[in-house]
Write a protein that binds this ligand. Structure first.
Ligand SMILES: NC(=O)c1ccc[n+]([C@@H]2O[C@H](COP(=O)([O-])OP(=O)(O)OC[C@H]3O[C@@H](n4cnc5c(N)ncnc54)[C@H](O)[C@@H]3O)[C@@H](O)[C@H]2O)c1
Length: 297
């Protein structure tokens, strides 16, 4: 099946990026939000990003205009009924997602592919809220922030995904200008499966006094050629998000490498969420950032 019409659920951080990417790639794209205000907010973020692309010469003024014309906002589910694929990027709440899928399953055409952008929930559990026929057309499409710039998409299949649907989704991801990787529905997919234990280990190394915050970051940056150290990366991802994902992964695999270290838990309890709250492993209230003073013993 050739995908022509794209639906996006949610116009927050990820949904707006996904909608923009689809429209830039030439797809007619309809985005559903819960209120008109949130559509306006999401579209303003898209306008800003498109303007940056135009400024840098990545797209022409004409392409910027055409992209905008392909984007439609709505608060009604009915406007998504004829879409060939619906990419869901609403809040990370299983019940909310299941309710949404149940509702859409009843109104969308038979062929519509359902794709979730979840980072940590089970695609299989969401899929289970839909009819047996739809379950064959249910996948994960896991994008990375900022979506218009990050090249990777993890294309996730469940034990029930049709081979044809999966190949259509891979082809669609390529049309979006992304590099798709194939992953199965096991919590964390590929990236978080490898990244989360690394981030947690760097926190354990700090806890055990192997090195200071700055030395651990510099060691991995300069010794391994990583663009940023693991503690800086944790602050960037959000320590609350890292803790939440680690808990879910630990529950799935029951392996110590996914267990959130006590220091991470305490930092989250203390409100040190990283960049977003102004303090994490580093204090961002002054420029340049400094390590946050903490009693580690
Ligand atoms: N933030 C990231 O870096 C990132 C990366 C990959 C995947 N994800 C996943 O993407 C999803 C969205 O994350 P986000 O960071 O964009 O969140 P966000 O809070 O920025 O946006 C979520 C939006 O969904 C809207 N919404 C809630 N219920 C809705 C519904 N029933 N219909 C339509 N819209 C609805 C909310 O109003 C909100 O604007 C989550 O599943 C998250 O796990 C996030």
């Amino acid at each position: 099946m050739e995908i022509k019409k794209v639906g996006v659920l949610g116009c927050g951080l990820m949904g707006s990026g996904i909608a923009q990417t689809a429209a830039m790639a030439g797809f007619e794209t309809t985005v559903r939000e819960v209120s008109e205000d949130l559509i306006q907010k999401g579209f303003a973020a898209i306008e800003k990003s498109l303007a940056k692309f135009a400024e840098k010469g990545t797209i022409t003024a004409e392409q910027q205009k055409e992209t905008r014309a392909r984007l439609h906002g709505t608060t009604s589910f009915d406007d998504l009924a004829e879409c060939d694929i619906i990419i869901e990027a609403i809040i990370e709440n299983l019940e909310e997602k299941q309710n949404t899928y149940r509702h859409l399953d009843a109104i969308c055409k038979e062929e519509t592919i359902f794709a979730s952008n979840t980072s940590s929930l089970s695609i299989t559990q969401m899929m289970a809220a839909t009819s047996p026929a739809r379950q064959r057309r249910f996948i994960g499409l896991h994008f990375f922030n900022p979506v218009p710039i990050m090249k990777l998409v993890e294309v996730v299949r469940t034990i029930l995904t049709d081979a044809d649907v999966y190949e259509d989704a891979i082809a669609f991801a390529k049309k979006l200008g992304k590099v798709p990787v194939r992953a199965s529905d096991k919590t964390g997919f590929i990236v978080n499966r490898l990244l989360v234990p690394y981030l947690l280990d760097s926190i354990r190394a700090l806890e055990e006094g192997v090195g200071s915050i700055v030395d651990i970051d510099n060691a991995m940056k300069l010794g391994c050629g990583y663009p940023m150290g693991p503690l800086t990366l944790g602050d960037f991802v959000g320590l609350d998000t890292t803790y939440y994902i680690a808990e879910i992964m630990f529950n799935e695999f029951r392996e110590k490498r996914f267990a959130p270290p006590p220091l991470l838990k305490r930092m989250v309890m203390a409100g040190l969420y990283g960049r977003k709250s102004g303090r994490g492993f580093y204090d961002y209230t002054n420029d340049p950032k400094n390590p946050t003073p903490m009693n580690l013993v």
